[in-house]
Design a protein around this ligand. Structure first.
Ligand code: PFF
Length: 431
């Protein structure tokens, strides 16, 4: 059977934006900025994106497009014995998907609560078994999309959903900026504290955030690149990274004015989205409508990212193990739902925890932080050192000085930064 392809470059770019723009942009970015020097944080963030996110993104696209197959088969084509490294990457993304879906399902539930104008307190919601139903619904939405294929499922849904996301975001930004707390919110979010730039943890936070937000290093972009023929990778990657960053910055511009208008403290983590924002919406005019829009947008963002994650193991089963897309999707779907179940249960009355840490938080740290960095390291080292310069140059428009600089970034800068981030992530938790 002929390999699937995107119907156009625009479809490919939209699907990649769908992957990149997720919970990380709308929820994580704003509070990471607020906690790490406000406006000043944008400097390390921009440097991280340009020097390290973008090169890695282009590398993944280039390898994927030249191999025209998914992660494990690509690794086998580089060196037969690298298959297990490819499998490790596929495992990490599958494990991340498990808990990512749990968060996505909470978002979906909240969207519905706001539509029905029946706010539910977060603790009461998670204590019930309602989250499990939403977990199943979110999983099914991702499953159905991926099962429909690259063009009919992934590309089509992105073409439809990404414009919706952008329109909702713009509406929310405009409304938030006219709220009374806008000035205070923006000051909290963006007032630059340049003294923080000498703090290495701020730089580690920037690298980690750029990496997570762009969905690089997970084989997702490699897989998406394998469905692409022709076109400039540099241009596409720049558009994707710019869109990702813009959406993240705009998300902060809408969140903090709302929080400050309601006179609340900007919290971090789960509480910001599921406790602080809902009570802000309850307090302001047209709050129910705004809440509905916000949670719908966040769900759309999470959905398109989850779709891209599911495609990685599915494409691997198709390309490496010869499964049909239908069977592959079904099997992976069942596996992912089981993998995510302990995370889904960790906030219910069952309180599944490991040494006092809820399984979901643990999964976020072990897979979503450490696993993600290790996967990125594997990809950058294998891609930079074993693929062959000429093969990469052929994909990125020749071997001039720009490409020499690019290869140096990939070979030395990216792995070095990932190692430092890895060490920092251990240190931040244990230190
Ligand atoms: N980039 C997505 C976000 O910002 O939410 C999340 C993500 C997707 C992370 C895929 C990791 C990943 F493999």
């Amino acid at each position: 059977m002929e390999r699937e392809q995107w119907s156009s470059m625009a479809g490919f770019i939209l699907a990649s934006i769908g992957s990149a723009v997720g919970i990380g942009n709308i929820w994580r970015f704003p509070y990471v900025v607020g906690a790490n020097g406000g406006g000043a944080f944008l400097i390390p963030y921009l440097i991280s994106v340009l020097l390290f996110g973008l090169p890695l993104m282009i590398l993944e696209f280039a390898i994927g497009r030249s191999a025209a197959t998914s992660v494990v088969s690509t690794f086998q084509s580089i060196r037969q014995r690298f298959a297990f490294l490819g499998l490790a990457i596929v495992a990490v993304v599958t494990l991340i998907l498990g808990y990512y879906l749990v968060i996505a399902s909470w978002v979906l539930a909240y969207a519905l609560f706001f539509v029905l104008n029946r706010p539910v307190e977060f603790g009461a919601f998670t204590d019930s078994y309602l989250p499990l139903i939403f977990y199943l619904i979110s999983g099914l939405a991702v499953f159905v999309t991926v099962r429909s294929g690259v063009r009919e499922g992934i590309e089509r849904s992105s073409r439809f959903l990404i414009p919706i996301l952008i329109v909702i975001l713009l509406i929310l930004v405009v409304v938030s900026l006219t709220e009374p707390g806008a000035g205070e919110g923006i000051r909290f979010y963006l007032s630059p504290d340049y003294s923080r730039l000498t703090d290495p943890t701020v730089w580690i936070a920037a690298f980690g955030q750029a990496f997570f937000s762009l969905s690089v290093g997970m084989g997702i972009l490699l897989t998406y690149g394998s469905y692409l023929r022709g076109g400039s990778l540099f241009k596409s990657a720049s558009i994707i990274a710019a869109a990702d960053m813009l959406i993240a910055v705009l998300a902060g511009l809408m969140i903090f004015p709302l929080v400050f208008t309601a006179g609340l403290d900007p919290a971090a983590g789960v509480n910001l989205v599921f406790v602080t924002l809902p009570s802000a919406f309850a307090d302001i005019q047209f709050g129910m409508l705004l809440g509905t829009l916000f949670f719908t947008m966040l769900f759309v963002a999470a959905l398109t990212s989850a779709i891209s994650m599911l495609e990685v193991p599915v494409a691997t089963m198709i390309d490496t193990y010869g499964y049909s897309r239908r069977r592959a999707t079904l099997l992976v779907f069942i596996a992912v739902m089981l993998i995510g179940l302990p995370s889904a249960l960790s906030y219910t009355a069952l309180d599944l925890a490991f040494f006092g840490t809820p399984v979901l938080d643990l999964a976020d740290y072990v897979f979503g932080t450490i696993g993600l960095i290790v996967a990125g390291l594997i990809l950058s080292v294998v891609g930079g050192w074993f693929v062959g310069r000429s093969r990469i140059c052929a994909e990125i428009g020749g071997c001039g000085w720009q490409q020499t600089v690019y290869m140096a970034l990939i070979r030395y800068c990216v792995p070095a930064v990932l190692l430092i981030t890895l060490a920092g992530s251990f240190f931040l938790v244990t230190g």
